[in-house]
Design a protein around this ligand. Sequence first.
Ligand SMILES: [Zn+2]
Length: 454
Amino acid sequence: MSLLLLLLGLAAPPQDVDLVVRNGTVVAMDPGRRVIAGAAIAVDRGAILAVGPEADVVSRYHGRDLLDAAGGIVIPGLINAHGHAPMVLFRGIADDLKLMDWLQKYIFPAEAKNVTADFVKAGTRLAALEMLRSGTTTFVDMYYFEDQVAEAAKEAGIRTVAGSTFIDFPAPDNKTFVEAEAYAERFFKRWAGDPLVVAAAAPHSAYLCKPEQLKAVRALADRFSAPILIHVSESPDEQKQVREKYGRTPTEHLRDLGFLRKGVLFAHGIWLSPSDRAIVKENGVGVAHCPESNMKLSSGAAPVRDMLAEGIRLGLGTDGAASNNDLDMFEEMLAAALLAKHATGDPTAAPAPAVLEMATLGGARALGMEDRLGSLEVGKRADIVVVGLDAPRLHPLYDPVSHLVYAAKGADVRHVVVEGHVVMRDRKLLTLHEAAVIAEADRLRGQVISTLAH
Ligand SMILES: [Zn+2]
């Protein structure tokens, strides 16, 4: 009987599943950090069912759809841990300025005159196009009209942790804190349980939100188990402002308000002191490192080597396109590796495997979502990116992780799968009408220019 069962088992036809990705080198980012040549991945109902040598996977699973990696490198979808997606529509309007000048004289006024629900939706479509094309499958967002960010993300088939903004001045979407609270509550309810959208709260910073506002946001987020996204320790000016008002660092201030726990994500964290970092670590708070924005605005170099050594939940983000000026996470990985080495005088700082981790599993940990995202492992959501090796730049290939960080570009991405759905196949976006999205962005350029002239 048992022999019969065994024979039946051997003869059993492979199980039908939604998708099999085959013929690639998988960089799994699993606990063993396996790199598997000639590998395949089986996907069903949005989740990963198997990862391993192709012969083994295809003997057990038959994909109703098949994605040929064509010998390319298969990685977990990249997680852009900090940004402001609709700001792609302000790409290049004001460069080469100090952070506070840039914000107060250009960005905030331009936003006040231009940002509407439709503007946000058009901008997010363009950003989603750019991010999917360059291998990002999850983006963390802090902006206005976040409902439209979420709607556009869903349309594009990209995953988002979308943060509804709280800021202590009349914002384009909500004119008062009470309005922002009501908006966020509706927003949390609307997106609860969505497979692609996680609704978050995004108080701008400790310098642009009052202590009682931060406490209220904390309480609201607790009611809905929502993540909180906040800018922390981005500039020396911010450190000074918070110290003058409260006599503490921004991190100490947030701790004393009872604000910190897992699911809080600090953007930047450049000026975190060793004792701030101990608070961050102890409370399970994540940090999103944004090297290109930090360099462009001369904000400083985040203590990446230290944060890695300390085991802080560290992700990587592009920040908004107005201070980057693109959303290519491959470029961001390169910048993270180079900036850490340049800032410390230590070429062993931020080695390639650690940087790739920041862009994948590290981002998931920073969000407190490492049980679902960040690696190619059985049971995780199927967010999968195939990097093509057609560019001369990627040959010869000794170490896939080295190429991913130091030689690959976003344009090398060939296929993208989010939540088990193929959203880009052979560099063709299947979810958005690319020409129409770009034409709409170009049309809005005229509107932005006319508002700046007055
Ligand atoms: Zn930012």
